[in-house]
Design a protein. Structure first.
Length: 385
């Protein structure tokens, strides 16, 4: 059952294994980049211990971070270590900081979601549940209806902002499509049936070469399962596959292209190097569908992969005049431009804001040890339940 706080477009559910670890959801889906705030930012002279960050003078407090933290950790599953919990809290805090920056910009530009838009989205998301089920979901997450509606207002407002400031500026000309096709013509010549695939990869080991936009890297099994569960929840909420891949995938070869693997010939699926579980997942998908997480093994070890079948192509040379070819090229070019413009816009938004991340400062000052603020305010297993 999908959570009530998120949009639902792609169908899928977390694996049984991950379900026991996490129940996290994507409450902050419009963040494309997470930065480490604090360095280079002006430190305020004094602040309350429960203030963990400030954005243009607006405080972000421990309670707010803890509230979203609790939505990502299952109290009945494996308890994260103190370091894992603190790392997750830093990620949540970064997202809240960036949400505040973008929300302020949306309001200044007159793009704040209206009460009517919020109520419409509330009704849409609540509709699959009975009142009792909905109230149970709220209690489990330690959320109120007002909390939920404020999240919706921020999400809708930020999406309006990015639509106007980023997406509306993207144009793909017929000449650009033709140029791409001519340079990559062999890419559309299929000697056998071919699958156009994209993937998001999560590994339970640290990799110093991670290059995703959030610099997010699971370092052990519990973190990998937690991250995979979070990604599935966001996909179930309607998050864009390519954007999630650029933000979180741990495959350095495909992260910059939104996880796009290109066109994989059918014979390659029968290669001894391909885990049978991956082949089974690909063959079960219809174009546009996303798989459930697949635990697979290769030379590097175990990984968790979420696959998307973009299209299935018959053998032969594809002409530029074919609608599917043009659409594939336009999607590729649009993804590239969106990534570039979004990164530039977020950099500008961050530079225009005065941000202080007190928690991050304390982590650095503690030299790898748990800072006092985290020790004092680390939520226990019973919070929210």
């Amino acid at each position: 059952m999908n959570k009530p706080f998120v949009d639902r477009q792609l169908v899928g559910h977390p694996t049984d294994r991950s379900r026991g670890i996490l129940r996290g959801r994507a409450l902050l889906p419009f963040i494309a980049l997470a930065f480490s705030f604090g360095a280079g930012c002006m430190r305020q002279a004094q602040h309350s211990p429960d203030v963990w960050a400030a954005v243009n003078g607006k405080e972000i407090k421990r309670d707010e971070v803890d509230k979203y933290y609790r939505t990502r950790v299952n109290p009945e599953g494996q308890e994260p270590s103190e370091e894992e919990a603190l790392s997750l809290k830093l990620n949540v805090l970064d997202e809240l900081i960036y949400n505040e920056i973008l929300f302020e910009r949306a309001k200044k530009l007159g793009l704040e979601a209206t009460d009517g838009e919020v109520e419409d989205k509330f009704t849409e998301r609540k509709s699959p549940y009975t009142e009792a089920e909905f109230q149970r979901q709220l209690r489990e997450q330690g959320m109120t209806v007002d909390d939920w509606k404020q999240d919706v207002r921020r999400q809708l407002s930020i999406q309006k902002l990015l639509n106007r400031e980023v997406l509306s500026k993207i144009t793909i000309t017929d000449q650009e499509v033709a140029d791409y096709y001519n340079v990559n013509k062999m890419q559309f010549n299929f000697a056998e049936p071919t699958y156009h695939l994209a993937q998001i990869v999560v590994t339970p080991r640290k990799d110093q070469q991670i290059r995703n936009r959030k610099n997010d890297d699971a370092s052990n099994e519990s973190e990998a399962l937690r991250k995979t569960k979070m990604l599935m929840d966001r996909l179930n909420s309607g998050a864009d596959f390519a954007q999630l891949a650029m933000d979180y995938s741990e495959d350095m070869n495909t992260v910059s292209t939104g996880g796009d693997l290109g066109y994989v010939p059918e014979s390659a699926l029968n290669s001894p190097q391909v885990d049978p579980a991956l082949k089974k997942a690909v063959l079960s998908l219809k174009p546009g569908q996303v798989s459930q997480p697949v635990e697979a093994r290769d030379q590097a070890g175990t990984s968790y992969r979420i696959l998307k079948l973009i299209s299935r192509e018959a053998a032969g040379q594809r002409s530029l005049n074919e609608p599917q070819v043009q659409q594939n090229i336009r999607d590729t070019l649009r993804s590239r431009k969106e990534q570039l413009l979004r990164s530039a816009y977020l950099a500008i938004a961050r530079d225009d804001a005065q941000v202080t991340n007190y928690l991050a400062q304390q982590v650095i000052e503690a030299g790898g040890k748990l800072p006092d603020a985290a020790k004092t305010y680390m939520p226990t297993r019973s919070i929210g339940h």
